[in-house]
Design a protein around this ligand. Sequence first.
Ligand code: GLY
Length: 397
Amino acid sequence: MDRKIMFEDKPLVTEEEIKEALNFCVGQVESNLPQFTHQFQKAYSENLFYQPIDNNYWTTGFWTGEIWLSYEYAKESLPGSADKLREAGEIQIESFLDRIDRKVEVDHHDMGFLYSPSCVAGYKLIGSQKGKEAAIKAADQLISRFHPVGEFIQAWGPMDAPENYRLIIDCLLNLPLLYWASEETGDNKYREIAEKHIHTTIKNVIREDYSTWHTFFFNMETGEPDHGATCQGYRDGSAWARGQAWGIYGCALAYKYTKRKEYISIFRNVSQYFLEHLPKDMVPFWDLEFTDGDEQPRDSSAASIAACGMLEMAKTLEGEEAALYTDYAKKLIKSLYDNYAVKDPKVSNGLVLHSTYSNHSPYNTCDHKGVDECNSWGDYFYMEALTRLNKDWELYW
Ligand code: GLY
């Protein structure tokens, strides 16, 4: 694929802006603690305000992740706030341990989204033993969804139905939990399953032009690849913006954990497809089919996820290429900071506006919800990108 350099004239976010943005985010997280310590933020805001929910949805780990990112920042820059953030993080870890023990809404693949930014983070940052116990139990839950026939982890639904016999691109972010579990337990079974799933995913969800399928089905009897389909994208053959962003970050993590060199070149091409389909301000519409002039909602969360993936891959690239992806990430975050980030707590209790969870179209299969709102992962990955730009960050993933 010919990879021309894009967005050469766009400004980079500055160090001062990164600090300003982090100060605001941490202040916002702190002000949210009274409402969201014993409960969690809903996946998406309504009229720009999150409501509290119990720990029973696939997204609750992102809010806890924001608490841990805030704790890390506060420890270095706002010491007066660190203790209460840590305390809130620990209370949330208790809830995650209880959830996995009671198996509350864990019959799906999102154990990594739930347990990496909450419990693995708490274990890495403060040595939380409850966090470690909960995350290993979550890894066990995740590998229980592995199909040896087809060699993949099934995303959703009961395991014995052909209509559920599929993986989804998002799952690449769930797999670091398995590498971590192997590291902690000394048992390679988690890593071996993760590796098989990564290879099956990358072989099947990346199309010839480096756009991506959201979901991919396999034949239940033979394990042979069957067909790709969207759930949250506009139509089957289009590229759902967040799916493409999960692909960017997913390839960077796939390389980090497998060290397979071909994943670097796939990362480059999947990133290029994303960049070439962005509108002028670099923040994608919810599907890359749409661009400037289309009356469609944005998905600002996809910009943050892509920025995190580029910053991760830049760590292993050399010289000019590392600088290129770092600059793309700084430009994405600059655009978010200037025009999408919440600047006034009276406007929203979230961090980033104009995100889209699921936009129903005549050709997709998802419910219509969380459109042009803040969402929990959009806020989390914006903070993660800022943290990565602020220091040499040890991943929760
Ligand atoms: N992983 C589901 C989503 O990105 O909406």
